[in-house]
Write a protein that binds this ligand. Structure first.
Ligand SMILES: Cc1cc2nc3c(=O)[nH]c(=O)nc-3n(C[C@H](O)[C@H](O)[C@H](O)COP(=O)(O)O)c2cc1C
Length: 174
């Protein structure tokens, strides 16, 4: 059984592109990459680390239980599983110039669900190097996971992904 599963879902392809970059940082023998719409939640308990990747596309997309939001559908079923022994890390995409008051808010939604699952959240990320005014995706000066801004800072993405995944691999001893 592999150690890591990356679950992703976005709207226009940025999330999937970054999910593939994250996946490329792991050895294939250790990691699976699965669209959250097609994952079998019963298999999740066998991994050591789940990585969630998503974009922030406005509160309405997260908080109502719309059927077209695959994350809502996923969390409804995943939270019925016993996953408290897992580690969870997240990456979230956002745009700090157009949405400075809600930059990567989606990381906060991931955090909330991970805590409901009673899992251990790893992979917090410094807020230094970004310019924004507020975010539900952070506490005590750190984002709950890796913040990626493909709209404004795409030139920093590769380095951020590498540094972040190096930290996760160290935690897992792989
Ligand atoms: C309708 C819409 C609303 C958005 N709202 C936010 C937001 O509240 N906060 C944020 O940081 N980024 C926001 N963004 C920016 C996206 O998160 C960003 O462009 C991301 O790269 C999109 O990835 P995707 O196309 O894979 O979903 C929004 C984008 C759109 C189109």
């Amino acid at each position: 059984m592999k150690k890591v599963v990356i679950l992703f879902w976005g709207t226009k392809g940025n999330v999937e592109r970054i999910a593939r970059k994250v996946y490329a940082m792991f050895d294939e023998k250790d990691c699976d990459l699965i669209d959250v719409a097609s994952v079998d939640v019963k298999t999740l308990k066998n991994y050591e680390l789940m990585i969630f990747g998503g974009s922030t596309i406005g509160a309405e997309n997260w908080f109502d239980a719309k059927d077209d939001n695959e994350w809502n559908r996923f969390f409804r079923t995943a939270e019925a599983q016993e996953l408290s022994h897992l580690k969870i890390a997240f990456f979230g995409l956002g745009d700090q110039v157009l949405y400075p008051d809600h930059f990567v808010d989606g990381l906060g939604v991931f955090q909330e669900h991970a805590l409901k699952m009673k899992a251990t959240v790893i992979g917090q990320w410094p807020t230094k190097g970004y310019e924004f005014t507020d975010s539900d995706g952070m506490a005590e000066g750190k984002f709950f996971g890796l913040a990626i801004d493909e709209d404004r800072q795409s030139e920093l993405t590769d380095e951020r992904v590498k540094t972040w995944t190096d930290g996760l691999k160290k935690e897992l001893g792989i």
